[in-house]
Design a binder for this molecule. Structure first.
Ligand SMILES: [Mg+2]
Length: 404
């Protein structure tokens, strides 16, 4: 008797990406920091459509690229989206086969990419990565912060997160009274700490601006300042000496983001807290800051922005580095003011998150139903990153990608 021959048809993956849509939207505004104006600023938006159905609709993950870097359409269209579309769907799933694997998708995106020279491909990958995590949490039926705590954290979440109001930009015709009014609005919204730009005016003028804001917020511990990488060492030290008496909340990105020697030398001249890292786009760059930047775990703040730096898969590699250099997640207060960072802050217990109450709408800001109180904000109970809990944002994401 011959052997009974039969074959099992290959099992269809039960979660598949059916479409990836990409577009660029303007987030232009007339504001300036010490380095750039935002008159032509754009952002990439991606919709990752799956064949998973929840509440009668296909699960769609959305992503965008924070702010301060331009949209990355060319990279997305020519390299990263095709790689994902061409991949064997089964190789993009987790071991259980019941959800997408952000780590395997990351590996697929980064195939045939040399190390180093991160440029802005980290932005393109970060946009897709945000959409992947949004979809993964929606498929899991959980808010992303809960999914992160369960799958990668200690199983518990922070109920709310520290947030500060970033603004104080240079703006044509904006005098001290307008700057004070802006900061009063942030205080009225429930923020305690506010941030203003420096370095776009001469030192004496910036000191007058700082003193004007201190009249509003009362004490230096409620005011952070941000030079956006403008200063050489001599200028960075001159500002440090002039600002020392104010005991500010932090002194941010004094010099070029890759000038670790400047940052380390500045720490010898300034005892107060300093912050930097928003323009470091890989865990290797972050590691160089920790190795060579003289950052002090007892007071300094790391501002890596996952949406600009290859996304959350890479971000977790950065977070894993911290203990080796004496830091914890509580030292990290990400740049960008977006909800992905807020989810990471709550689910993986970071130090908080940036917020832009008046700029970069609708990408900045949090759930409509949740207001800031005592400098902290809660998170919505919605599955995913929470875009659906912010009406203007989800409307923009759906319209831009034709998925609404
Ligand atoms: Mg900054």
């Amino acid at each position: 008797m011959g052997k009974l021959a039969f074959s099992v048809p290959p099992k269809e993956p039960c979660v598949q990406i059916t479409d990836i849509r990409e577009t660029v939207v303007p987030i232009a505004s007339p504001i300036k920091n010490a380095y750039i104006d935002f008159s032509k600023m754009t952002a990439s938006v991606v919709a990752l459509v799956t064949d998973v159905v929840r509440d009668g609709e296909p699960v769609i993950g959305y992503g965008f690229n924070s702010n301060g870097r331009y949209g990355a359409s060319g990279l997305l269209r020519e390299r990263f989206i095709p790689r994902l579309k061409e991949a064997d769907p089964a190789r993009l799933l987790n071991d259980a086969g019941d959800n997408l694997s952000p780590e395997r998708i990351f590996d697929t995106l980064m195939a045939n990419e040399k190390p180093g020279g991160h440029g802005e491909r980290s932005v393109a990958v970060g946009v897709i990565d945000m959409a992947v995590w949004d979809a993964v949490a929606k498929i899991a039926g959980k808010p992303l912060y809960r999914h992160l705590a369960d799958a990668y954290g200690d199983g518990t979440v922070d109920a709310d997160a520290f947030v500060y109001a970033a603004g104080g930009y240079y703006y044509p015709g904006k005098g001290l009274a307008a700057l004070q009014d802006e900061m009063r609005r942030y205080r009225d919204l429930g923020y305690e700490v506010v941030k203003m730009k420096i370095g776009g005016a001469p030192l004496a003028e910036d000191i007058a601006r700082i003193e004007a804001v201190l009249e509003v917020v009362g004490e230096g511990r409620y005011l952070a300042v941000d030079a956006n990488g403008r200063f050489d060492l001599e200028t960075a030290i001159a500002y440090a000496e002039a600002m020392r008496p104010y005991d500010l909340f932090w002194y941010e990105e004094a010099g070029d983001p890759l000038d670790y020697a400047l940052q380390a030398e500045l720490a010898r001249h300034y005892d107060g807290p300093m912050a930097t890292g928003e323009n470091l786009f890989s865990h290797q760059d972050a590691r160089n800051l920790l190795r060579y930047g003289g950052m002090r775990p007892d007071r300094d703040v790391l501002q890596f922005d996952c949406a600009l730096s290859y996304g959350l898969v890479e971000y977790m590699r950065t977070l894993q580095l911290l203990p080796e250099y004496g830091f914890t997640g509580r030292n990290v207060v990400p740049h960008g003011g977006h909800q992905l960072s807020l989810n990471i802050a709550a689910g993986l217990k970071l130090g908080g998150n940036e917020s832009y109450p008046e700029v970069f709408a609708p990408f900045g800001g949090f759930a409509d139903a949740l207001s800031v109180a005592n400098g902290r904000v809660g998170l919505p109970d919605a599955p995913g990153i929470g875009f659906e809990a912010k009406a203007k944002l989800i409307d923009t994401l759906r319209r831009a990608t034709g998925t609404g």
